[in-house]
Write a protein that binds this ligand. Structure first.
Ligand SMILES: [Zn+2]
Ligand SMILES: [Zn+2]
Length: 439
């Protein structure tokens, strides 16, 4: 279903109380190019840290608009700066990477790409998280901002961040001087598409938006041998199985009811053959929390249980616990959220801006916030409203991000993202902001 005419109507029927906002005509004018870019990126997805074509293409396009573009920042990252007199520096971030997921949406422009991952396996690749939409929106926003320099002043900083899905890219860009070689922004913004909200709607979450995520790899060392002579072995599979079951008691028995905590064992790897007891077993865990104290409590409990279960199994050597990835919660500055909410309501219509609760996903955008930049990370509705209503009625959720079937309703989502980004940027980069706030 095409909801563009309705969206257009909502925009024009809304009284424009702020001067600085993208007009429907501006969005209309840029939409075909943004959509074309979307289709291109969607059909050429690249895995985390390998976004070379994507980065080059986006860099060339932004350079063509007059932005000063630096490539290879923290790997394949790009930084595009547009200076427009004195004033604040505001950063808009998009991710560049896709996922090792086979697209099964059946769309005419579905990805057929396959690539070799870092472990040497051939994998299907697709933009199952919607980062292609974020890039297309950034491009549309970049065009409007370059064409409307008389309505804002300061420094606009657009960044294309690699490797969000491996939570490595934000850290790599910062380590490569993102906030020292380039101006440190006064504010940062980003959007992420979700099937939990109707297409084109902006969801605002003041305060904690996403969970902290911790990735752990646990190796339990046993003593291998013949499957028919278990008495001569120390079976790491049995110890791993017991460990997994005990780990389930952390959330159910140790964490205070009502506090958010997730402990998931996403894989277990051990053994080669049914009649051989292997030497070791490996498990991969993901831990999600909102509260730093709970995070510490859960991580400490995991370590205690893993060690204790191994000791109970009389292992020849203590288990190895590797904490190989982590990211903090994304914290939306409440004052900034409060300031930008009426701006978004004016631009998109009050009914298209929703205050929503935090989500159980994670994001390495947290590194920019932790570097001391007040930020607003907006949720962008991507679901066909009719399908979402049906999903809510039947309690069968729509395919989430990372699903093979994830397919945002492109037109309203992309228009909504551009409209939201431009209105927020123009407000933050407008000297009249204080008078607007005093209304
Ligand atoms: Zn993702
Ligand atoms: Zn994502």
């Amino acid at each position: 279903m095409n909801k563009a005419p309705l969206f257009f109507l909502l925009l024009v029927s809304t009284p424009l109380t702020f001067a600085q906002t993208a007009t429907p005509t501006e969005v209309e004018a840029v939409y075909p190019a943004a959509h074309e870019l979307y289709l291109d990126i969607h059909q050429h997805p690249e895995l985390s840290s390998h976004e070379t074509r994507t980065a080059t293409m986006l860099a060339d396009k932004l350079r063509g608009l007059g932005y000063e573009v630096t490539e290879h920042v923290g790997g394949t990252g790009i930084v595009a700066i547009l200076k427009n007199g004195s004033g604040p520096t505001v950063m808009l971030r998009t991710e560049l990477d896709a996922l090792p997921v086979e697209e099964k949406t059946g769309l005419p422009y579905a990805s057929k790409v396959r690539a070799t991952d870092d472990a040497g396996h051939e994998v299907p690749v697709s933009h199952a998280c919607g980062h292609d939409l974020h890039m297309a929106a950034m491009y549309g926003t970049a065009v409007i901002m370059a064409q409307s320099k008389n309505s804002w002043h300061g420094t606009l900083m657009l960044i294309g961040q690699p490797a969000e899905e491996t939570v490595a890219g934000a850290r790599a860009m910062l380590a490569d001087g993102l906030f020292t070689r380039f101006p440190k922004p006064d504010y940062a913004i980003a959007v992420h598409v979700t099937n939990e909200l109707p297409a084109g709607i902006i969801g605002i979450v003041p305060g904690v938006l996403t969970t902290a995520a911790d990735s752990l790899r646990v190796t339990i060392y046993g003593k291998g041998g013949h499957g028919a002579a278990p008495n001569t072995t120390i079976d790491p599979i049995v110890i791993a199985a017991r460990t997994i079951v005990t780990l389930q008691t952390i959330v159910s028995r140790e964490v205070k009811p009502g506090e958010m905590a997730v402990v998931t064992v996403g894989y277990i790897r051990a053994g080669t053959k049914n009649n051989i007891i292997p030497n070791e077993a490996e498990m991969g865990l993901t831990v999600r929390t909102y509260n730093p104290q709970i995070r510490k409590q859960v991580l400490t409990a995991i370590e205690r249980i893993v060690k204790a279960e191994a000791a109970a199994g009389a292992v020849p050597r203590g288990p190895l616990i590797e904490h190989y990835e982590s990211t903090d919660t994304v914290y939306n500055d409440p004052a900034l959220a409060e300031r930008l909410r009426p701006v978004l309501e004016t631009a998109l219509g009050k009914q298209n801006v929703e205050k929503t609760g935090p989500i159980s996903f994670s994001e390495d955008f947290s590194y920019f916030v932790d570097a001391g930049v007040p930020s607003l990370f907006m949720r962008l509705g991507g679901a066909d409203p009719a399908k979402l209503a049906e999903a809510n009625r039947t309690n069968v959720p729509l395919p989430s991000n990372h699903s093979s079937y994830f397919a945002p309703d492109v037109e309203p989502s992309l228009r909504g993202a551009i409209e939201a980004e431009v209105s927020v940027l123009q407000n933050l980069l407008n000297g009249k902001q204080s008078s607007s706030m005093q209304r």
